[in-house]
Design a protein around this ligand. Structure first.
Ligand SMILES: NC(=O)c1ccc[n+]([C@@H]2O[C@H](COP(=O)([O-])OP(=O)(O)OC[C@H]3O[C@@H](n4cnc5c(N)ncnc54)[C@H](OP(=O)(O)O)[C@@H]3O)[C@@H](O)[C@H]2O)c1
Length: 239
């Protein structure tokens, strides 16, 4: 039977490849993001089994308003939406904006939705997969701290959902090409610099992260919970 899958940030980058992977396997996928045009384009590009849903997941009113449009039974929830706050500066107002922004963008987007739909997760087989980052373990200021918060929260979530037979895991990617995350900052020199930090000598592809998400959402991964699956070409250990 086809599963109901919700992929946040499913309109672009890693989330788009995650949505594609599930849709091509015949699952029903809802992709969530803030830009209707981007979501519509993604749904058309994938072709079948994909429904766009516009929602700012950092806004509790928007999450509440979106709930009726989400499936009554959710088999797989992929918390992938996130981005890096771009406010610069060292003054307390800039620091506050950066830290608050990164927390809202990367933690609240996952927590508000997951807590709102936790009673819809399928007992016995439900899966929650949350995308954090290598930055959670190797620094990166407020962004890394926000992603690290997801790791602590995931352990708590796995403990709460475990008695219902539902797993909760993290995928922590290293640098991934072809997404909106870095924009023009990921030029050739930056790709070379980041590639050199890995054991494979290259940065990753969105599809490779999607494969890790797909595994953790599979029936075969039913005894894996509370874990962090690193997907970074060996960058975490380094040379
Ligand atoms: N690319 C990398 O190298 C890398 C490395 C490690 C971890 N990650 C993580 O991977 C995840 C996916 O990033 P990506 O690289 O694929 O970048 P991306 O192309 O920018 O994707 C992020 C997606 O999240 C959505 N989104 C952001 N804020 C949202 C909100 N408040 N409500 C709803 N949707 C929201 C965006 O759509 P809208 O703007 O339309 O809302 C966008 O589709 C992120 O959590 C990122 O932190 C990326």
């Amino acid at each position: 039977m086809a599963r109901n899958v919700v992929v946040t940030g499913g309109g672009t980058g890693i989330g788009l490849e995650v949505a594609r992977r599930f849709a091509e396997a015949g699952e029903r996928v809802v992709i969530v993001g803030r830009r209707p045009g981007v979501l519509d384009h993604a749904a058309q590009e994938i072709g079948t089994n994909v429904t766009p849903l516009v929602c700012d997941l950092a806004d509790p009113d928007a999450v509440e308003a979106a709930l009726p449009a989400l499936p009554a039974r959710i088999d797989v929830l992929v918390n992938n939406a996130g981005s890096r706050e771009t406010v610069l500066g060292a003054g307390p107002h800039a620091v506050l904006a950066r830290w608050r922004g990164d927390f809202e963008r990367n933690v609240l987007t996952a927590v508000l939705l997951t807590e709102s739909v936790r009673d819809r997760l399928t007992p016995g087989s439900g899966r929650v997969v949350t995308v954090s980052s290598i930055a959670a373990l190797r620094g990166a200021g407020s962004y890394g701290a926000a992603k690290a918060s997801l790791h602590a929260w995931n352990h708590f979530l796995a403990a709460q959902l475990g008695p219902s037979g539902i797993t909760a895991n993290i995928v922590a990617p290293g640098t991934v090409a072809g997404t909106e995350f870095f924009g023009p900052r990921l030029d050739d020199a930056e790709v070379a610099r980041r590639s050199a930090r890995t054991l494979l000598g290259r940065i990753g592809e969105s599809g490779e992260v999607a494969a890790a998400v797909y595994f953790l959402a599979s029936a075969e991964a039913g005894f894996v919970t509370g874990e962090i699956l690193h997907c970074n070409g060996g960058e975490l250990l380094g040379r």
